[in-house]
Design a protein around this ligand. Structure first.
Ligand code: ADP
Ligand code: MG
Length: 358
């Protein structure tokens, strides 16, 4: 939608011919994300190609790169799309991360638990919204976790004592000289998860000046080192002892920055288009504090939610993604609001969401 507003025509590739983006795309190629021929067909008629999901096959990324600029590039996506590779890259490049191990057998799983104690096993790829993760608090459950994740290599992270979660979003462009900054950073978002799924998020996060400075340094360092062209979101944990560690990266628009559509001079979606089309980047100033609350498929179980009730709450907007079936845990849309403070905006989206429940 942001690309359309800027006057671009949009083609999409998605396994589902009725995917949400198909409604505004002038051409939808229904194919798997690892279909190199379909990726070639997409790139042949595009001036630039970007992505909204990092689980795209290497052959498809390479096929696109041979024809059109792929932003972000295949090398960065390759590092990010595998949790083990990503965590190793962060650690090797000196970015702060919590204690972790990668395991490739039942014995290594048990050894990882012995070394790290209470931990989370995460499958290397394909996991999102808390899926593909198992929390482990005993040697027995370590072995079970390994089997339940398919007895395949996985990342084991120590369970961290988190005070609160924030995220950073950096936009970086190919940098045509004389056309403004190469890189801009959005204000940090403060995030709350339930059962591993983002529940709500607000901007700007009141995280303390020193933490924000460090988070900005880490995020811009990651964007530059990876050579990102487009967007990169950096999820961070502020630990109880005050340390800041990187949780994970996403080379695309991020759920925790949907509030930029309401609260910032430039939304993350417009910024993505500007960055990948090598246009001047927009201001990331906060115009008004904002919040979002996610709408999961669970809310549809008792029938279609009462959208009108949500819209009665001042400054609330409804965003539905056009997904045809509601399943528990599936993100169907979100509510957004602005307010005089981030807390007021948050109170509004939470009140609106409660009012929607049947
Ligand atoms: P996803 O790809 O599903 O977002 P994450 O690795 O970001 O997976 O984990 C989802 C959530 O689970 C995090 O936002 C955080 O709340 C919690 N979590 C993840 N890793 C840890 C950890 N090492 N210690 C404590 N909580 C964690
Ligand atoms: Mg995450």
């Amino acid at each position: 939608m942001a690309a359309r507003s800027l006057g671009y025509d949009v083609h999409v590739l998605d396994p589902d011919p009725h995917c949400p983006a198909s409604a505004i795309a002038s051409r939808t190629i229904a194919a798997r994300f690892d279909d190199a021929d379909a990726a070639t067909a997409l790139a042949e008629r595009c001036a630039v190609v970007t992505l909204e999901i990092e689980q795209i096959g290497t052959a498809a990324l390479t096929a696109v790169s041979a024809i059109a600029p792929l932003r972000p590039g295949a090398a960065a996506v390759h590092i990010i799309q595998d949790r083990i590779r990503q965590k190793r890259w962060l650690s090797a490049n000196g970015f702060p991360v919590g204690p972790f191990r990668d395991v490739a057998s039942r014995d290594e799983s048990v050894a990882a638990f012995d070394a790290l104690g209470r931990s989370i096993f995460k499958s290397t790829s394909g996991g999102y919204d808390g899926r593909g993760q198992v929390r482990v608090d005993s040697v027995d459950s370590a072995a079970e976790a390994w089997s339940s994740l398919g007895a395949r290599p996985c990342l084991v992270e120590q369970f961290l004592d988190i005070h609160f979660e924030i995220s950073m979003l950096v936009a970086r462009r190919p940098a045509t000289p004389g056309t403004g900054p190469e890189m801009v950073v959005f204000p940090p978002a403060r995030n709350h998860h339930e059962h591993g799924i983002l529940d709500w998020s607000t901007i700007p996060a009141a995280a303390g000046a020193a933490t924000i400075r460090q988070a900005t340094e880490v995020a811009t360092g990651i964007a530059s080192t990876l050579g990102i062209e487009g967007l990169i979101a950096v999820e961070l944990f502020v630990l109880r002892d005050g340390r800041l560690v990187v949780n994970e990266l996403a080379p695309r628009p991020h759920n925790t920055f949907h509030s930029t559509e309401r609260g910032c001079a430039t939304s993350q979606f417009e910024q993505l288009v500007r960055a990948v089309c090598d246009l001047p980047l927009g201001s990331t100033d906060v115009v008004r504090p904002a919040a979002i609350a996610n709408l999961l498929g669970d809310m549809w179980e008792a029938g279609t939610p009462d959208f009108a009730a949500a819209l009665c709450v001042p400054a609330v907007r409804l965003h539905l993604y056009g997904k045809t079936s509601a399943r528990p845990g599936r993100k169907m849309g979100h509510l957004s609001a602005v307010g005089a403070t981030p807390d007021e905006a948050l109170e509004r989206v939470l009140r609106a969401r409660d009012a929607m429940r049947r």
